[in-house]
Design a protein around this ligand. Sequence first.
Ligand code: CAA
Length: 380
Amino acid sequence: MDSYTEDQCALQEQARKFARGEILPVAAQLDEESRFPREVLAQAQRLGLMNLTLPESCGGTALSLVDCCIVLEEIAAGCAGVATSLVANDLALTPISLYGDADQQARFIGELISNGGFASFCLSEPGAGSDAAGLKTSIEKTANGYRITGEKQWITNGGEASQYTVFATHDRSQGHKGISCVVVPAESVGVSTGQHENKMGQRCSNTVSVTFDGVEVPAENLIGKEGEGFRVAMHTLDVSRPMTAIMAVGIGRAAFEHARGYALERKQFGQAIAEFQGIQFMLADMATEIDAARLLTLRSARLVDETKRSSLESSMAKRFAADMCMKVATDAVQIYGGYGYTKDYPVEKLMRDAKLLQIYEGTSQIQRLVIARELLRESR
Ligand code: CAA
């Protein structure tokens, strides 16, 4: 997968124009103020650049995952925090598009999109990050549905969402087999959100804790079967990790482009620093690894589009792209020297934004664990 069709080039151009015209001019200020990019997202929604993977019948853009990646690379090159905010609906609503029935899709995806709303994926907890199956939030049966109690942590768009996709356990002693997936409207009695986290990077993306204090939901809000929730979460992450990987490619590409431009312009010892082999080798490695990450990512997205299991390839793409992005952004700052370490130049933000890619949607260490398990699975 090394060339795009005419339609894909047009989509790329549309997303690039949007990123350059609407995101880049406000990115530094959104970052400085740690402010949610509400207006940018509303504009993306109007242009069909949000809810990218969600079904057309529910008002989504229904792009293939490959096409979604083409868009997201551009958005992330503009601002990774905007990209994270923009793609959070896809993550939160994928469990419903994969496992929900037609009625649930209409209610929880269709209505949300037609209202221009936000949804959040609630898996992580204060005591359960990498060990997702160790979550404690409880779900118990009631006469008409379920009661949910517990706290979720690091919830993207959590303070803006009108709906949460929550993973909770009926019985912790059953491990992952006790987990179910349920949709909780934010307006439900007993739902509250914490303070917006003061993050190092991707500061405009809203990150909060969400508490469910005996929240009651009807039985129709259960997504999939009781006890199927962990599988739903893992399958969703297989689909969403290529999206995260391509965001890393977008950040890396932006850092490379700035570094290349600066190296051609900056003079030391009587010549542009791009003339020095030390800088050339850095640029060569940066460009090669960005390309490799993009190719790995598009391969994993294509597998998802073919509805094949992509755990191995999605984790390879996420691991490689996230680590590449951190290294490339760090090298870009290095090429800028002291200037790169200041907020006066864009690579400082790119380096801060890059770090999160190695942490959310499964750390680089968790991706290696998934990769190794997949390689060693008996049925391979
Ligand atoms: N698809 C379907 N089923 C899967 C699966 C997949 N990809 N992966 C695992 N399963 C199934 C297994 O087959 C197994 O089922 P059986 O027992 O029936 O065979 C079951 O799930 C349990 O699997 P494991 O034994 O592998 O589970 P584990 O607890 O040992 O570890 C893990 C799993 C890979 C470490 C997982 O916990 C994980 O991915 N952790 C990281 C969590 C994560 O990525 N969190 C990100 C939160 S979202 C976020 O960050 C987004 C944001 O807001 C920006």
